[in-house]
Design a protein around this ligand. Structure first.
Ligand code: NDP
Length: 287
């Protein structure tokens, strides 16, 4: 079984981004800047934000963190977003999810300037994605496309199943696979006989958020498995996915591990989105 090493592919992407960031700094007089707004004390979110900041440092970006208490009101958060929208040093930013339950992620996403939307989740950017004219794409599904591309796993003409229909992963994933000429079935918690569908597919992307939901019996021999799920502390140790990875050897052709598969690709795509928006907003081209 071929291990689809997201960490290595992400490292390769980051090396290219780092060179471009230095060129950006030369032309603009400052590093590209990625902002993060984090609300509350969710430990996993803090680990994710720290990882993003370390990734910024490694590619010569500067990072700007706005940390707010979990008691933050909608108005206070919208003000913080406006600060990021107006901050000249911030080329792109994101609001770390999940938010405390009293804050609606939809209202928050809508307030982000689409030209500073590092995650590619603003409705305007999702609309561009849907008509295949995207400047930036949601990081996780875009990272999946990149990893398949890196390992030259063909999508064209393949039967693809996506498990999960969330706005940030499943739905854009199904769209990107469709645009890459895959024949896609999008499954969710109301799909009857999920396993019948996954067993027929050549490529299965699992993003259900259910630890160890699927194993080797659920896939046909020779399939490619992409496990988006992350369960655990978010710190690498004891982290597992939606797929029972240890069962796959000798049965499927290729699979992403957790950790070290889709997770690092998501961060690399976030950096890439930031650089794309930075260049666009400063009207410069770096090859
Ligand atoms: P959501 O909870 O928003 O969506 C989960 C989706 O899976 C829903 O559409 C749900 O169906 C479907 N689902 C749940 N249970 C089943 C089931 N038993 N059978 C079929 N479908 C099911 O999750 P996200 O999309 O945000 O994230 C999914 C997973 O990916 C999580 O583990 C998350 O931590 C991880 N993740 C990893 C990232 C990375 O960088 N690797 C980035 C983002 C997320 P329904 O719509 O009917 O409820």
């Amino acid at each position: 079984m071929l291990i689809l090493d997201g960490k290595a592919v992400a490292q390769k992407m980051k090396s290219i981004i780092a060179v471009r960031a230095l060129e950006f700094a030369k032309q603009v007089g400052r590093k590209p800047g990625l902002g993060v707004i984090i609300v509350g004390e969710d430990p996993a979110s803090h680990v994710y934000v720290k990882n993003k900041e370390m990734a910024c440092q490694a590619v010569h970006f500067h990072s700007i963190r706005l940390q707010l208490p979990s008691s933050t009101t909608k108005e206070e958060l919208l003000q913080a977003i406006q600060k990021m929208n107006q901050n000249e040093l911030v080329d792109a930013f994101l609001v770390q999810m999940p938010l405390p339950p009293h804050l609606s992620s939809e209202i928050i996403l809508d307030a982000i300037d689409p030209l500073k939307d590092a995650d590619g989740l603003h409705p305007i950017n999702m609309g561009y994605l849907w008509v295949n004219r995207q400047r930036v794409a949601p990081c996780t599904p875009w990272g999946v496309i990149k990893i398949l591309d890196h390992y030259q796993i063909p999508i064209k003409g393949q039967s693809c199943v996506v498990v999960g229909r969330s706005q940030i992963v499943g739905r854009p994933m199904a769209h990107l696979l469709t645009m890459a000429d895959g024949t896609v079935t999008l499954c969710h918690s109301r799909t009857p006989n999920l396993r019948e569908k996954t067993r027929q597919a050549d490529i299965i992307v699992v993003a259900a958020g259910q630890r160890h939901l699927l194993g080797s019996d659920d896939f046909k021999k020779g399939a490619t498995i992409i496990d988006v799920g992350i369960h655990g502390s978010g710190q690498g140790k004891g982290v597992t996915g939606d797929v029972r990875f240890s069962e796959l050897e000798g049965h499927v052709a290729a699979a992403t591990p957790v950790p070290g598969g889709v997770g690092p690709m998501t961060i690399a795509c976030l950096l890439e989105n930031t650089l794309i928006l930075a260049q666009h907003n400063k009207n410069i081209i770096i090859n």
